[in-house]
Design a protein. Sequence first.
Length: 179
Amino acid sequence: MTTPAHPGNDYYVQPLTGTIQRQSNPLLAASLRATGWMGPYNWVTAKAQVAGLKAGIGAATPGGLPTVGPGGNIGAPFSNLGGINAIGDFFNRLTQPNTWVRVGEVGAGILLIYLGLSAVMRGTPAGDVASGAKRGAGKVAGLTPPGKALRAEREARRVVSGRRHARRVSTRVKALDKP
């Protein structure tokens, strides 16, 4: 009995490059599928998939995955985005609500990580080092021109609010002195 040249049903096709890879390990096969490889196929079906992608037909797949585009874009997957089109695509994505949902999720995640680390490190030697670094950074920021301007503005606001408070107090005292 002869063994076929390519036994098994564990061949995966990369649709962007037309590459065929055999993977028998289930964990590695799952990672292939997660990164966009199509399969598993037997050898004949995998070859038909590559031929279909190159022709732009895209043979039907068990997972229902579509082809990459006209001609399959094999060998030049990013040829359809270039120059001014890429800039337009970027600004188009900025107007989509899902983009801002993801930006908000990333911002919230960073905030949660900061708050968690701050709470965990408070009162520990590492937290003391971090607060010392924060004080040092504040002093350095105060030496920059924007920092000096901010400090001057705060001082001016304090002086003005002090004068307003003094006027209010003197008005009340005068009101009490009247018979």
